[in-house]
Design a protein around this ligand. Structure first.
Ligand code: UT7
Length: 323
């Protein structure tokens, strides 16, 4: 059976680190409130000249270097973002051009915070369908551009960044444990749009929008939906939770991450947490967390990772990936 095997990871963060105390200078908030309610200590914010494509290209180049591949080896660029550089073309095609890739296909996926889980699943399906041999899957965001910096209930939660992985379609050799993407489950329920959305933006409305969120409601749905989808994917794949080496969750709020791990029965020692330093980077959060843990040696070849995310739409999903 052909599976999409992970060959390398990479990430990129803007250099400017904004601590909670920095935000408390212009907002009615405090380091204590933000840490206690979210687990966030700081976030990275892009300077005015840095776009989503810039961060995405840097992360992708690092993932290619980690995989030991030239850009010309890539057949497919799938980029998840809710903050594209332009309404069109897709940010994926900008990244493709900057990397010097002139063949194959490139497009964006819009599923907000679930974007990377969606993009990974779409890329895996295309590789399995024979649409190419290798894919770059990227999650990249500049959420700082769509925040209402006067709204303390959202401005403190998000950050900018990008993460990328290289996948290769490979047949599992006889007698070997399968590596790569083992299972995926995607969900959406568009009835909940009004709980988390941008009130305008490029496209048919012709306006520039800002992020709006009913945080407590989103929190409640996130805990429920993530418990459901992670339970379902493990049951379907017939994999016991004890077999999971690492939970690599979307990094929105430490309390949501802890609740999901608790419901799964996984100790926090087997959960990758980056929300403290990155805050919520939407589609970038999972590949950023993955890259951090691969580079610091926690996540190693042969280990089983459970990725999960939930975001605006609502959209949510989970992926089982053997590294
Ligand atoms: O990635 C996409 C998915 N997004 C999420 O998963 C986010 C989900 N939601 C959350 O993470 C949490 O709901 C928040 C972190 C957004 C808020 O935490 P909460 O425990 O749900 O707080 P709350 O919204 O119920 O607000 C509690 C109080 C309110 O004051 P009152 O009404 O009790 O007087 C807020 O006005 O905290 C106040 N508050 C703040 N205080 C200081 C809200 N934001 C802040 C702030 N600093 N930044």
């Amino acid at each position: 059976m052909i599976r999409s095997v992970l060959l390398g990871t990479g990430s990129a963060l803007p250099p400017r680190r904004v601590a909670n105390d920095d935000l408390a200078q212009s907002l009615d908030t405090s380091d204590a409130w933000i840490r206690e309610r979210t687990g966030i200590a700081a976030r990275r914010i892009a300077d005015a000249s840095t776009t989503t494509a810039d961060l995405a290209t840097e992360a992708a180049a690092r993932a290619l270097a980690a995989a030991g591949l030239a850009p010309s080896a890539i057949d497919l660029v799938v980029l998840a973002t809710a903050t594209p550089d332009r309404t069109f073309p897709a940010t994926a095609t900008r990244v493709q051009a900057r990397l010097g890739i002139t063949r194959g296909a490139a497009f964006d996926v819009a599923a907000v915070c679930s974007g990377f889980v969606y993009a990974l699943t779409v890329a895996d399906s295309l590789l399995k369908a024979g649409q190419g041999q290798r894919a770059l899957v990227i999650g990249a965001e500049t959420f700082s551009r769509i925040l209402d910096w006067d709204d303390r209930s959202t401005a403190v939660l998000f950050g900018d960044g990008a993460g990328a992985v290289v996948l290769e379609a490979r047949a599992t050799p006889e007698g070997e444990a399968p590596r790569g993407l083992l299972a995926a489950r995607l969900r959406a329920d568009g009835r909940h749009e009004d709980l988390l959305y941008v009130d305008g933006g490029p496209g048919s409305t012709g306006t520039v929008g800002r992020l709006r969120m009913a945080g407590r409601e989103v929190f409640r749905h996130a805990v429920h939906n993530l418990a459901e989808v992670t339970g379902e994917i493990l049951a379907e794949a017939a994999i016991p939770v004890e077999a999971i080496d690492w939970l690599v969750p979307h990094q929105a709020n430490l309390r949501i991450i802890e609740a999901t791990a608790r419901k799964l029965g996984l100790p926090m020692s087997r959960v990758i947490v980056t929300v403290d330093e990155h805050a919520n980077t939407s589609a970038a959060s999972i590949p950023l967390a993955l890259d951090c843990a691969v580079r610091d040696g926690r996540i190693r070849q042969g280990q089983l990772c459970l990725l999960e995310a939930m975001g605006g739409g609502f959209t949510w999903g989970a992926v089982l990936l053997r590294i």
